[in-house]
Write a protein that binds this ligand. Structure first.
Ligand code: PLP
Length: 377
């Protein structure tokens, strides 16, 4: 079945013949007095509505297990929580700022070391030590849209007994399936494309490994950062239109990137694979499209504040994945936790802008960008 169908049809049987699932709000459930068990006992451990969402999450990923958390960071924290005292995780220096904060400020207290490398594409056998238990990857990277070869990283990491975690927020299972490429876990901020309307915070973990699934279920129960029944229901409904929305957002993005590349007020345009032909080939081999984020720098003499003020459609705000276009300045907003040297090394210049494209009409978006570029000269 194609993902467009799975997203809508993964859940079919509901009470009374309803075509959408019920929302079960109960925090606690009647148990069998003889055995003291039942299908559900207490909402934090499991509840019927979250369980239905988790069925959908696993189905669209083609995974054996899916888990819903209260935010993308709760999902990421559960994945990184698989590490224990003495372990090391290797990550890209351009990893999402919240992940950087968790690895930089929380993991050291647990005796876990995070090693940030400028480019995971350069990772070799020599980078692994006996302590390396995990490699954490984002591809395309944010906001440079640099590409990492997931098959290569998985082979390398598995030779050293390390787990591979992929943050697939930018691609979603519509465009990229990391588990099929060798990853052990996928995490996503469902706040972005999965929810898609800038009104819901949620996170996802999917895996095919039963041992990993057991540990993630324990993280849900022991740490308690689970998604509520109402938000679980909302996410079930939002996911039904994910392939449609992302398809439109991606088509808009391709048109905008091409337009900006031909514009003399724009100095540089970054899209997945734009770095070089090798990355372009890798991205084509592991993903089915470029997604819906484009980063760009304005030409000398074009004032970015005037440009941002003149835009009438994209809102100046962090985040991405919603139906409405958003634009931000990563150096001072999403990546301010990095040192200026690390940002420079990663290619995140102060003038780089990141546009997360929505589902508005491409002609209106391009006209708005053109008018703002003209006003900023
Ligand atoms: C790539 C990526 N991963 C994880 C997160 C964290 O997700 P959340 O904000 O839902 O906690 C974000 C949020 O911006 C993100 O962009």
């Amino acid at each position: 079945m194609q993902i467009e169908t799975t997203a809508v049809q993964a859940l079919r049987e509901h009470e009374h013949g309803a075509v959408v699932p019920p929302i079960h709000l109960a925090s606690t459930f009647r148990l069998n007095p003889a055995t003291e068990d039942g299908p559900f006992a207490y909402q934090r451990g499991a509840n019927p509505t979250r369980a239905q969402l988790e069925t959908v999450l696993a189905a669209i990923e083609g995974a054996r297990h899916g888990f819903a958390f209260a935010s993308g960071m709760a999902a990421t924290a559960a994945a990184l929580g698989l590490l224990s005292h003495g372990d090391e995780v290797i990550l890209s220096a351009t990893v999402y700022g919240g992940t950087f904060r968790f690895v930089d400020q929380v993991l050291p207290g647990r005796g876990v070391t995070g090693r940030f490398v400028p480019d995971l594409g350069d990772l070799t056998e020599e980078d692994f030590t006996p302590a390396t238990r995990m490699v954490f990857v984002e591809t395309p990277a944010n906001p440079t849209l640099r590409i990492t070869d997931l098959r290569r990283i998985a082979e390398l990491a598995h030779r050293h007994g390390a787990l591979v975690v992929v943050d697939n927020t930018f691609m979603t299972p519509v465009l990229q399936r990391p588990l099929a490429l060798g990853a052990d876990l996928v995490v996503q901020s469902a706040t972005k494309y999965l929810a898609g309307h800038s009104d819901l915070l949620a996170g996802v973990v999917t895996t095919d490994r039963d041992d990993v699934a057991e540990a993630i279920a324990l993280a849900q129960k022991a740490l308690g950062g689970v998604l509520s029944p109402i938000d679980s229901y909302r996410l079930i409904q939002d996911i039904k239109t994910l392939p449609l929305r992302l398809g439109r957002q991606q088509a808009n993005t391709v048109a905008i990137a091409e337009h900006l590349r031909g514009h003399d007020a724009v100095a540089r345009v970054l899209t997945p694979g734009s770095h070089d032909d090798v990355e372009a080939a890798v991205h084509d081999s592991q993903a089915s499209g470029p997604g819906a984020v484009v980063s760009f720098e304005l030409a000398e003499g074009v004032d970015d504040v005037a440009f941002l003020r003149a835009l009438t459609i994209p809102a100046f705000a962090v985040s991405l994945g919603g139906v409405e276009s958003l634009i931000c300045r990563p150096a001072t907003m999403t990546h301010e936790a990095m040192t200026p040297e690390d940002r420079a090394g990663a290619g995140i210049t102060d003038s780089l802008l990141r546009l997360a494209v929505g589902i508005e009409h491409e002609d209106d978006l391009i006209a708005d960008l053109d008018a703002a570029l003209a006003a900023a000269r």
